[in-house]
Design a protein around this ligand. Structure first.
Ligand code: FMN
Length: 219
């Protein structure tokens, strides 16, 4: 077992990396990291994930073009104007991942627990069943499972000396990215993880005090 201090060091020194060296990432490191990440807890052990490793520069650029096009579209809508500088920064940055030597596209499958299946069979007519279904959709078990694997993955990549970042932003070009990567309809593209050797040392974004985010209900 590793020491608590070592675990803390690994967790606390991981940063989201947005600038990468051109140096390629060894495939075997990516595979090793992904193999370990799939030991993450997941709903029903259904393992509702697939990982598409893209090192083809043309494909990465085409994904970045698709994300950029959607950013430009959204930023051009009159409703965007009220967000001023924030929209401008996002406009400039949303496709930074074109500089990454590797991108892992994370796909989510659709896992139905027994509760989901009963609720679906009950149909739309029972308002209570509909309400319970809405709670379960909000806390989507497959998405939580995928998030657990990505959390592990980022830590393992950091352990290997690689920089990476979790990006949900590229979902705005879901359709285009799924077409580029030949994703079949039973899968949904949910996140992109650009990976590479880091070319920056970002500041550590502070965390809220533990007292602010924890509450006890004692006996
Ligand atoms: C679910 C999720 C989605 C994220 N999506 C993006 C994204 O689209 N673009 C981006 O630049 N960063 C994204 N991030 C990275 C966060 O901005 C980053 O984790 C946060 O600012 C804390 O910084 P740290 O990871 O260095 O501790 C995302 C992180 C998470 C967990």
């Amino acid at each position: 077992m590793i020491k608590f201090e070592e675990l803390g060091e690994l967790i606390k020194t991981r940063r989201s990396i947005r600038k990468f060296q051109e140096k390629p990432v060894p495939e075997d490191l990516l595979l090793k990291a992904l193999e370990l990440a799939t030991w993450a807890p997941n709903g029903g052990n259904f393992q509702p994930w697939r990982f598409l490793i893209v090192t083809n520069k043309d494909l990465i650029n085409q994904m970045a073009d698709a994300v950029k096009a959607k950013t430009e579209l959204i930023a051009s809508w009159p409703e965007a104007a009220q967000f001023g500088e924030v929209v401008e920064r996002w406009r400039k940055a949303s496709d930074f991942f074109r500089g990454a030597p590797a991108c892992i596209a994370v796909l989510m499958g659709r896992y139905s627990s027994i509760a989901d299946q009963v609720l679906r069979a009950r149909g739309e007519n029972d308002p209570l069943a509909r309400e319970i279904r809405s709670y379960r959709q909000l806390g989507n078990s497959s998405l939580q499972s995928v998030a657990a694997a990505i959390t592990y993955l980022l830590l393992i990549l950091h352990y290997f000396g690689l920089g990476a970042i979790w990006m949900a932003g590229p979902q705005q070009a879901k359709k285009e990215i799924e077409q580029l990567l030949c994703v079949t309809p039973e899968w949904d593209f949910v996140d992109l993880i650009p990976v590479g050797y880091t070319a920056e040392t970002p500041k550590t974004p502070p965390r809220k005090a533990i007292t602010e985010v924890v509450q006890f209900f004692r006996p």
